[in-house]
Design a protein around this ligand. Sequence first.
Ligand SMILES: [Zn+2]
Length: 307
Amino acid sequence: METLYITHPSCRLHDMGDWHPECPGRLDAINDQLVASGIMSFLDEAQARAATDADLLRVHTAAHIDYLRSHAPSENHFAIDADTLMGPHTLEAALGAAGAGLTAVDAIMAGVHTNAFCAVRPPGHHAGPAQAMGFCFFNNVAIAAAYALEKYNLQRVAIIDFDVHHGNGTEDIFAGDPRVLMCSFFQQTLFPWSYQDPSAENMVNIPVDAYTRGPDLRMVVSDIWMPRLYDFQPEFVFISAGFDGHREDGMGQLGLVEADFAWITDQIVALAQKTASGRLVSFLEGGYNLSALGRSAVAHIRALAAV
Ligand SMILES: [Zn+2]
């Protein structure tokens, strides 16, 4: 039982409205496909602990945390922007989503598990130090990376982001931090329209055109990401796993399919095994076509668990 599957009950309750693509059914889609595939029996399951203020403050400002706490509604919604809304369960879900990575890091550093998938929402990679946006409130992957660096005194961690959208929040948090190497590709001229050029030496951003397909994106991974990652020798590897680059997902126009997500994951697992004793935590980010999301997440988790 090497791979841990982590979620939090509140993640299913966070609801931004019936019209919203970032919906509770996303977690059901993943869970249903995992059960149907038979893979669930190869995973250990755990419930996330809630992130504390001390955990959040490693990457977020106190003002940001206070803002979300003070605007959390007891009924209906509070709109931070047109498509980032807080409901009665949002704060608890966001704390659980952020805490999932911390539960995962602890379990992996204790040697109980090798890697983990955090089936959480809200997602995190658009959340900056002082800003919620793009369906994201707290930056789950950044909170976990900062925790691993501080609590376990690590020197180098890698963050790999294959969501169709750029992880602008993660870049804002770690740009210029020599302890972190972030590698990503993303569709250009798409939300959040940020960082076509990397903002710092430790950011490997590869914007790609709409309709770029799997073979070209695999070349980005093998020819651009991997040389930098192997050179960096990360001691822990984190993934922002967005599946909205799937060709059936209408949120973007990339041409990835399940086999591409599996192949990319295989490359990252091999990296982690070479430089980080296999230590890896992956977070659900985007993915809005429920069928493609479920199938892609299963392909990803199957590669993590090597089953
Ligand atoms: Zn996305």
